[in-house]
Design a protein around this ligand. Structure first.
Ligand code: GRF
Length: 202
């Protein structure tokens, strides 16, 4: 079997998407393994999950740098040190700059059906709008906020009694499965991008 694809996963919170990738990569047939986990803050469960799995971690806090562009360079260097085939932004609450985006493909996941409800409060914004169906989107990251080419989406029904928490948890169940499936397929089969169309495999 060919060498496992190297994933660097970036997190800012509980890291359940990271955990799903860690669990999937325990099977050699998955074809990818998490070689490092990066974060923009300390003390989060995502970093603990990495440590429990014996995966190296790094933290780069924006506030430790004089400018955003210095942070952009610093995090790109930390990522590059692990020579990833794919970077996965899995609940990472920062936009990555050119130093990362120029050098590595980055997959991002969002808990809404883009282009509706981009940004940090996609679940809340969908609920407030009163939609009956929302979902999750796996995309390639670009310099914008949730604007990159879409790779896959799945719908989730909004239930009458949903609040932000219950809806987000139901979306995350779908999101974890979709992210694991798409990342695995990208690493095993490759992908092409033509305009806004992403095609996995040949
Ligand atoms: C996910 O829904 C992600 O799309 C959003 O934040 C959540 C992160 O969850 N940006 P977790 O940290 O992977 O549990």
């Amino acid at each position: 079997m060919s060498k496992a694809g190297r994933l660097v996963v970036l997190v800012s919170g509980s890291g359940t998407n990271l955990q799903a990738l860690l669990d999937a990569s325990a099977d050699p047939a998955y074809g990818a393994s998490v070689v490092a986990v990066g974060a923009d803050r300390d003390g989060i469960e995502g970093l603990s999950r990495a440590s429990r799995a014996d995966v190296p971690t790094f933290v780069e806090k924006l506030g430790d740098y004089e400018s955003r562009s210095q942070w952009d360079v610093a995090i790109a260097e930390r990522i590059a040190a692990y020579e990833p085939d794919l970077v996965v932004s899995a609940g990472f609450m920062k936009i990555l700059g050119a130093p990362t985006l120029k050098n590595f493909p980055v997959v991002n996941t969002h808990p809404a059906l883009l282009p509706s409800f981009p940004g940090a409060h996609g679940v809340r914004d969908a609920l407030t709008h009163g939609v009956k169906v929302t979902g999750c989107t796996v995309m390639l990251a670009d310099a914008g906020v949730d604007t990159g080419p879409i790779i896959a989406q799945e719908a989730v029904a909004v239930l009458p009694d949903d609040d932000e928490h219950t809806l987000h948890e139901r979306i995350k169940t779908v999101e974890r499965r979709l992210l694991v499936e798409i990342v695995g397929r990208m690493v095993r089969e490759g992908w092409t991008v033509s305009g806004r169309t992403v095609r996995i495999g040949n």
